[in-house]
Design a protein around this ligand. Sequence first.
Ligand code: FAD
Length: 420
Amino acid sequence: MRISILGAGVIGLSSAYYLSRAGHEVTVVDRHPAVASETSAANGGQLSYSYVAPLAGPGVVSKLPRWLTQRDSPVRFRPQMSVEQWRWCWQFLAACTREQSELTMRNLLPLSFLSRTLLHELIAAEPSLDFDFVRSGKLVVHRESGSMQSAVALLEFQRSLGCEQQALSADACVDLEPTLAHLQAHLAGGIYTASEDTADCSRFCQGLETVLRARGVRFLMNTSIDALRSDASGRIAACSGGAPLESDHVVVASGAAAARLLKPVGIHVPVYPLKGYSLTFDLQAQTVAPRISVTDFSRKVVYARLGERLRVAGIADIGGYSLEADPARLATLRAEAQALYPDVVRSCRSNEWTGLRPATPRGTPIVGPTRYRNLWLNVGHGALGFTLATGSAALLTRWFENGNGKAENDDLRDLFTVSH
Ligand SMILES: Cc1cc2nc3c(=O)[nH]c(=O)nc-3n(C[C@H](O)[C@H](O)[C@H](O)COP(=O)(O)OP(=O)(O)OC[C@H]3O[C@@H](n4cnc5c(N)ncnc54)[C@H](O)[C@@H]3O)c2cc1C
């Protein structure tokens, strides 16, 4: 089959990997000249297989006043004159229950574990890939005892779903990651997960592009899809410059742009952009920086070592599609990094970046077929696109290969398919 994949981010490229391996003639299409030019460019770098709790949690409602008013809040809501935004927020608030949040975790953990297995297999199968991948382990530090207690309760719940995590005292956190020593007196403890990885998503995408080109996958870069068009026979064509692309099937993997691309053909996916920020510091020889991946829970900021760089990422702004960086938000992120790693912020050059997480209200991606027989979706991975990329792409490929027939991981496949 000839398949056009719309989007050369980590989701589109991973889809291209598994679909081409299944023998299909794949073309990847993107509006930018280079792969990973949007949200997959400079994300947090965490392959966060055991941390899949959605943003929509039971404690959200009490945090709303802060989200609306405080400029340095980790999450900020900027109301817009947009039905799309208000509908998404309504669905998000409806999902902020313990039951829904636990259901999301139950559904996502099998997908994230599958993704981990597949990524490790992919790395073994493609030795040319070099993307600062490290089996780093991850330490989530808590500053308040209440939040540490909730984390321990969550650990018990996640253990019942197959996660292997340890609760650590403040002293044990510092033994594990000595660069946190200056925070010791302020820490209530931490949760350590040895099985988490870190890597550079952009380099992963560039490496995959090379692998895919060598396998015969075509890349149509600098090509913007202006519209999807349906015909009387129930088929979809992706059009660029008014002309349809030649293909039998179309996979939409266009990240935060998915909802707007799909709406004109009557497919409504609840994908809305949550803007985040990152800073990437070029470390110098003597700079004090963490070896393992660290998350500062109360500030919702992640620190990932990518070779000789430190990636600091965080912030979720619910306020439309603009990628423009708000200097106040960048200053907030820099101040957080300064408090944890003053040496890094003082002495290292950094690059600033913003990206739009393609978020669904419940935090689960949408993977699978649509009512159009040649249109497929792999969208809505929110804050976990790098983590879930291989599993989602493999699921899509199984859908594609087996249709409604029985296949391995059928249960999983059905969880992420929404009727469209
Ligand atoms: C601050 C921040 C930190 C994050 N940290 C992590 C993390 O630590 N771990 C993790 O797993 N995830 C993380 N994420 C989330 C992750 O980056 C995303 O989920 C993932 O990159 C989404 O990939 P994607 O391929 O769906 O979208 P993108 O990477 O945005 O790719 C979509 C592509 O589609 C193209 N496109 C869109 N519309 C069109 C069109 N009309 N025509 C042609 N091309 C089009 C775009 O140009 C783009 O290249 C983070 C995100 C942010 C913002």
